[in-house]
Write a protein that binds this ligand. Structure first.
Ligand code: SF4
Ligand code: SF4
Length: 322
């Protein structure tokens, strides 16, 4: 019997999603036995021409991790879309933009200036930036172009399903693979995890009062939170109220607050705005000066509230991109 063909590809990502596949441990043997891997750049040597030569739609499913920032990533995801029956956005960067999406707080030129000119360890007096075409004795070398913005996978191609998380937990990956192999799939566009907020499944939820009020914001690095207490009730920012459950409360169980990598539930359009709106109502004061001091005590609110979802949520320009 012909096994279904499966591709794994990575765009702008840290490689953690690739490790999550390996974290399937002995289950990976069941997966490898049931499928025919036709592309997995991190582990095996396949060429782009191998994929180009395949018939359109002949790959059963492509799992694509990472956000899309370069012309090369653009080309690859469009090629995989053409060759695949199903495309799964694998992990937070592909799903929401992830940590790389925070680059959308700066323009492309600001980022290039920082990395190639301004950092103290760089010596580049002639301000030489990477070029897409570079002429050398042997001919022309071509590098991928860097786009102005980081994009989620579904801002570039049509996506069938989303596996959330930084990185997706092995049990969700296995469930998704089994569902795809059996054809027992939910509605297109589904995020393959619980549609509940993390607070609903959190082991600390009993210590979160119904009417929560706080008088100051504490930093997790500067305070000790008892292991049975709700972080928010103790004044430590936890994105659980605005985040989808399904990760197994990984951070909470390690006594760290949630940072939102599973993204929002279906009912929420913009995870950062959802958290900001709930958070604003927590402060227990009517005094304007106190309210301002409370707001200013949140260090890097955009980076915190949109840590994983900025590329998917940003509706306005934060800066001049000219
Ligand atoms: S705010 Fe955080 S710690 Fe508190 S119940 Fe929700 S997920 Fe748990
Ligand atoms: S607790 Fe939050 S940040 Fe941590 S893995 Fe779960 S969803 Fe992601």
């Amino acid at each position: 019997m012909t096994k279904p063909k499966v591709a794994f590809y990575w765009c702008a990502s840290c490689g953690g999603c690739e490790e999550a596949v390996v974290d399937l441990a002995e289950d990976i043997l069941k997966v490898v036995d049931a499928i025919d891997i036709v592309l997995w750049p991190v582990a095996m040597d396949f060429k782009k021409s191998d994929i180009e030569a395949m018939a359109d739609g002949s790959i059963a499913v492509s799992f694509i991790n990472g956000s899309v920032r370069t012309s090369e990533q653009d080309e690859w995801v469009k090629l995989l879309r053409k060759k695949s029956g199903l495309v799964v956005a694998f992990g937070a960067c592909s799903h929401l933009g992830g940590i790389p999406g925070l680059a959308n707080l700066s323009s492309r030129q600001q980022l290039l200036d920082t990395v190639y000119v301004q950092v103290p360890t760089v010596n580049n007096p002639n301000k030489i930036y990477p070029q897409t075409i570079c002429t050398v004795a042997e001919g022309e070398l071509e590098l991928p172009a860097i786009h102005e913005e980081v994009r989620t996978l579904d801002q570039v191609i049509d996506v069938d399903y989303y596996l959330p998380g930084c990185a997706p937990p092995p049990n969700l990956i296995m469930d998704a693979v089994l569902a795809i192999l059996s054809g027992n799939l939910p509605e297109k566009g589904t995020v393959l995890a619980l549609d509940k907020s993390l607070c609903d499944t959190c082991p600390r939820k009993e210590s979160k009062p119904d009417k929560l009020k706080i008088s100051d914001v504490k930093r997790i690095s500067m305070t000790i939170i008892p292991e049975d207490k709700c972080f928010l009730a103790e004044g430590v920012i936890c994105l659980g109220p605005a985040t989808r459950s399904g990760c197994g409360e990984r951070c909470i169980n390690a006594n760290m607050p949630c940072r939102g990598c599973f993204g929002p539930t279906k009912a929420v359009q913009d995870q950062g705005a959802k958290f900001l709106s709930g958070f604003s109502s927590l402060f227990d004061s009517e005094d304007e000066a106190e309210i301002n001091a409370f707001a200013e005590s949140v260090i890097d609110p955009a980076g915190l509230f949109y840590m994983f979802s900025l590329a998917s949520s940003l509706k306005a320009k934060f800066h001049d991109r000219s």
